[in-house]
Design a protein around this ligand. Structure first.
Ligand code: UN1
Length: 496
């Protein structure tokens, strides 16, 4: 795919350039090659998208949910049919290895098919009333316009965690993807267009968070903000939301611990921990960036972990056999380099990596060596701050009690993992770890779409996926139906 990819705003069903003609560049992080010039939506463009979402709301919210779900099923079928092309665009734009992109595309498919079935479910309950000849029930109503603001690290699956449940529940959407990955986002929108989704139901605006994102967040007509991204932006959005009592889903950072007990089978644990730390070049909010290892197996673990990381194949994700792609851009790489310096000055032992690549091919892109800091302590900045790159801290613990203390001593609380063959140790540990997601004998990545995803503390608020998906985008209304046709007493109690 050598030609550039066409990108347009989609506002009320109309394809537009930015109203002032401005664009921004999207580049392949593996080669720094230009992929597209993408419209930089203005304030007016973004306002227009919200206007159209507002106009389309009434009709869409009154469309029966099973009919709304039909559009989702159609998009699901298109995803499956075009999975290889979608995976290629994802890798070109984001950099991750092609087989990881394909897994992400399939996760998007799984999500949309799972959520489409909600069109015939969206269950609540019917309950008895305190009074005779009266019944009570709970129904769901859409909330209104949903602002979907998504990150570049999972540019296909994360929009699909948010847009399908918002739509099937009868909301309209204004979608702003990350500026590094608008092309795969455009593909999502164009599949909905091909499925025949009514105009104005899903609007698409590209441009910076400070312009487009800010316009969405500061508009009172937008009733839900669903955001995955950086903590600082999350805080800012939460402050805006509090002004309007607006509903929010915020998925922010992570500094996810993996505890390796002394009975763990290292031949199983090490490959999984390599994947958790270095897949997508460590650019996952669920990345396993702190490995907490029992003292008596520490040396053996580090030896195997370093050996495995050294053997990882780093390169252009389009090439077969590549396991680790580039960082997203130069700014991200500078941030990672900065943390290597910090780790060295804090006194951690750099056991592997720490540099960019100097060879002809890889120096074009934003590649960085898988990096391991051993003898790290948990109070170091490299163990506390989200680096969002291929850097893992290995921290030693004397026993499981200490390991859990270390694991929980973080401002984040997204995901955590424990490796042990002892069932009692596994359950005791996982229930004590303060995180929204826990894994036994698996790294802290790899969430399935029918379970809730999200975390505690600075990781944000709310959950998505699973049954949380529909909760986020519906208002529950309690309905009381009196079929007695009788005058009731002015004041009543349960025995009147
Ligand atoms: C994120 O990094 O923003 O299951 C979420 C997982 C990933 C989730 C990524 N698919 O770990």
């Amino acid at each position: 795919m050598s030609e550039t990819i066409k990108s347009e705003l989609v506002i009320g069903g109309e394809h537009r350039s930015s109203s002032d003609g401005a664009t921004f560049e999207v580049r392949n992080p593996a080669t720094n090659q230009l992929l597209a010039n993408v419209p930089r939506a203005t304030f007016d463009d973004t306002r227009a998208a919200i206007d159209f979402a507002e106009d389309a709301f009434e009709k869409w919210s009154e469309t029966p949910a099973p009919a709304r779900a039909e559009f989702l099923y159609k998009v699901g079928e298109m995803i499956r049919k075009n999975e290889n092309e979608l995976a290629e665009i994802l890798t070109l734009e984001e950099g991750k290895a092609l087989n990881e992109s394909l897994a992400e595309v399939i996760e998007g498919y799984d999500t949309i098919m799972y959520i489409a079935a909600e069109g015939r479910r969206m269950w609540t309950y019917v309950s008895p009333s305190e009074q005779q000849d009266k019944t009570c029930m709970v129904i769901r109503r859409p909330v209104g316009i949903v602002g979907v603001v998504t990150p570049w690290n999972f540019p296909f699956s994360i929009p699909l965690w948010k847009i399908p449940p918002a739509l099937v529940a009868g909301n309209t959407v204004v979608f702003k993807p990350a500026s590094a990955t608008p092309l795969i986002a455009q593909k999502i929108v164009s599949m909905f267009e091909k499925a025949g989704l009514p105009e104005g139901v899903l609007n698409f605006v590209t441009g910076p968070g400070s312009g487009v994102g800010e316009t969405i967040v500061s508009d009172e007509r937008v009733k839900v903000i669903s955001f995955t991204g950086e903590s600082t932006t999350g805080h800012h959005i939460a402050e805006s939301n509090s002004r309007f009592f607006r509903r929010q889903v915020l998925e922010l950072g992570g500094k996810n611990p993996i505890i390796v007990a002394d009975d763990a089978d290292l031949s199983v644990a090490v490959p999984a921990i390599l994947y958790a730390g270095f897949s997508n070049c460590g650019q996952k909010c669920t990345a396993g960036s702190r490995v907490i290892v029992m003292e008596n197996i520490h040396e053996k673990f580090v030896e195997q972990f370093v050996k495995g990381a050294k053997a990882l194949r780093v390169g252009n994700g389009m090439k077969p056999g590549i396991q680790v792609g580039p960082l997203i851009n130069e700014k991200a790489r500078e941030k990672v380099e900065g943390y290597v310096e910090i780790g060295n000055s804090e006194g951690a032992k750099l056991s592997l990596g720490g540099k960019k690549f100097a060879d002809q091919e890889r120096k074009l892109g934003f590649f960085f060596e898988p990096t391991i800091f051993d003898e790290a302590s948990n109070d170091m900045r490299i163990s506390q701050e989200e680096i969002f790159g291929p850097v893992v801290s290995v921290i030693e613990a004397g026993d499981m009690y200490e390991a859990v203390q270390i694991a929980n001593d973080t401002k984040y609380g997204l995901s955590s993992a424990v490796y042990t063959k002892d069932l009692r140790n596994a359950f005791e540990t996982i229930s004590k770890l303060r995180s929204g997601i826990g894994y036994v004998n698996q790294g802290p990545t790899g969430a399935e779409v029918h379970l809730p995803f999200g975390g505690l503390k600075e990781t944000g608020s709310g959950r998505e996926s699973g049954e949380a998906a529909i909760e986020n985008y519906t208002e529950k209304k309690a309905i009381y139906v009196d079929y007695s046709y009788k005058v009731r007493p002015w004041f009543f109690t349960s025995d009147s």
